[in-house]
Design a protein around this ligand. Sequence first.
Ligand SMILES: [Zn+2]
Length: 452
Amino acid sequence: MKTASGLSVIRNGQLVDGTGSPPVPDAAVVIQDGVIRYAGPAATMPADLAARLDNPADANSPDAPCREIDARGGTIMPGLVEAHFHATYFNVAALEDLDIKYPVEYVTLLAAANAKLALECGYTAARSGGSLFNIDGWLKKAIENGIVPGPRMAASGREICGVGGLMDWNPDYRKIGMEGLVLLINGPDEARAAVRKLVKDGVEWVKTYPTGDAAAPDVNDHHTLCMTFDEMHAVVATAHNHGLKVTGHCRATEGIKNALRAGYDTLEHGTFVDDEALEMIIERDVPVVPALYFEKASIDRGPEIGMPQKVIDGHKETLDGGAESALRILKAGGRLGMGGDYGFAWNPHGDYAKELSFFVNYVGFSPLDTIRCATKTGAEIMGRGRELGTLEPGKLADVLVVEGDVVEDISILEDRRRFIAVMQGGAVKAGQLTQPAENGAARRRELAEQAR
Ligand SMILES: [Zn+2]
């Protein structure tokens, strides 16, 4: 991935560093060769750095002049991390479309477009929540090699589910299986075989389906189990042996406990958490990614797309349970990642930051807690907490420079036109600063009109 060389400084904005600490007014962030050297009050910047900024010719790399980014009184914060990203879900109108509508070649191109969009939306990193074929692994490589723009990725592969479970929705008479999306298993031996396929594919995360979902109310609803404990344990033992991590779609209480006992590294959704499950989550410090905006969007937009009432009712129960569990986990000191399961017609790519507003306005998280979940915890889930996720010296300069006060109004992050700069390793990859001058001028006129 192309990162910046030389010295640059971002000034004239408040710093929200991603740790959950209160904002620092009138801050400065100094970046050298793509890495943060200083993040704090502009007034207390170390004298040697301040001198070099004033006189960049004295810098170690004199051929790279100091670049100055003006935050225009807005916010300087870490790049966001989508902790449940489906680059290959192409805004499908029906679940069945995922596996059969397009060939892998076209889905790959769509996934690249989704990755570019995510970066433009301020998401500088993403952990995959499951992928069609082995597209994520190659998408990650293309992003790292600078072939296509996108978030730094942690790749998943095809998802593992028990035969007859949530993801095995094609009846046998169709004779089409679920080749691109799911590895279907019966028993621990087949679970091991499925993980071994993924090991060969080179993915980092194994996504499984321990439970059902409101989307399948008849035989695989949100209180149904779709894998046995023995299957889940076989997945974890095999994955961990090869250095892969395991996560799973966990709604039903017993499925959550099975996942925790089997040694899962994270839980997706963690919807119906009881006292015992909460205790295990906290004791084992297992991060949970609730991904609730999918539920909200299903309830709001379900009727217009003909979603059966039974399904919408199930999503309502899921949303209430998921919101309550997320709040309990936060209050107990647990870790939560932000990701919204985007990639459906009613919950499309580009809406990622709606998850953040939802957690503030509906679930009751503070904006600073929400931002910490969406940055620091996201990076930790990816296994890159030492490199990414906060604006602190020594971290990679994945930075957002945003118009306005995101602590006062977190919904600002939903509007990508308000990003002055989206940076990866100190290089500006998206935002107003990358747009042609005429676009920038148009945006300034628009802002001037709004201010009137
Ligand atoms: Zn998902």
